[in-house]
Design a binder for this molecule. Structure first.
Ligand code: ADP
Length: 198
């Protein structure tokens, strides 16, 4: 059975960068964000249940989801947002398990921003929290997404703190130096994890 390593961290901490490094070391990688973006496509197992929460206005004439309408409804209504998440999260977990089980690889990395919040760490043999100061994360996300500073700060403030993530994770790795320094530190951690899990 494939053993799973959960990678998490706040926005802009370097989760994707670390996950790519695992991939270079031959690990299967599965991206929770990418899967959750497929949840509102007609082929997704949770599509009908998700649409049913909102009624017929949530469908475009061609049968696809009216994402703008759904976004505007959940923006105004926290209970509705939680209900949608309660449909999407199990779908994401099932998909991640399916992809992992289909793979022949012995080790898989799950890149999950809400690893601890969703309880997905329960599927993991070990977890890694990528830590980075708010100031550096803000700078990096503004460059990466061409986004507005206030919006990035708001997102960071709404997320779990690095202290909590560090307390919950098996391993922590800091990403406040150069990309080269991070890659070197990541190589060491990845080889350590490989020895521990195989
Ligand atoms: P996350 O997946 O956690 O949101 P990313 O891995 O996408 O974070 O990293 C955020 C941005 O910062 C990306 O554009 C990435 O290339 C850049 N980045 C990551 N690590 C460093 C680093 N050590 N120095 C400078 N830029 C970095």
């Amino acid at each position: 059975m494939t053993r799973i390593i959960g990678v998490t961290g706040g926005i802009g901490s370097g989760k994707s960068t670390l996950t790519q490094q695992f991939e270079r070391h031959g690990f299967l990688t599965v991206d929770a964000d990418a899967i959750s973006r497929t949840a509102l496509t007609p082929d997704a197992a949770c599509f009908k249940d998700a649409i049913a929460l909102f009624g017929p206005d949530a469908l475009n004439e061609d049968g696809t989801a009216n994402r703008r309408y759904i976004a505007s409804r959940v923006f105004k209504d926290e209970t509705l947002r939680e209900a949608l998440n309660a449909i999407i999260h199990p779908y994401v977990i099932c998909e991640m398990i399916r992809i992992t089980e289909e793979s022949e690889k012995p080790l898989a990395v799950w890149d999950v921003p809400l690893l601890f919040e969703t309880g997905m760490d329960a599927f993991c043999a070990c977890t890694v929290a990528v830590l980075c100061s708010t100031e550096l994360r803000v700078k990096r996300v503004i460059v990466r997404d061409d986004s507005d500073e206030a919006a990035v700060r708001e997102r960071i403030a709404a997320q779990m703190s690095d202290e909590t993530r560090a307390a919950l994770a098996t391993y922590t790795i800091r990403n406040e130096d150069t990309p080269e320094a991070f890659a070197a530190q990541a190589d060491e951690l990845i080889e350590h994890i490989r020895k521990e899990l195989l």
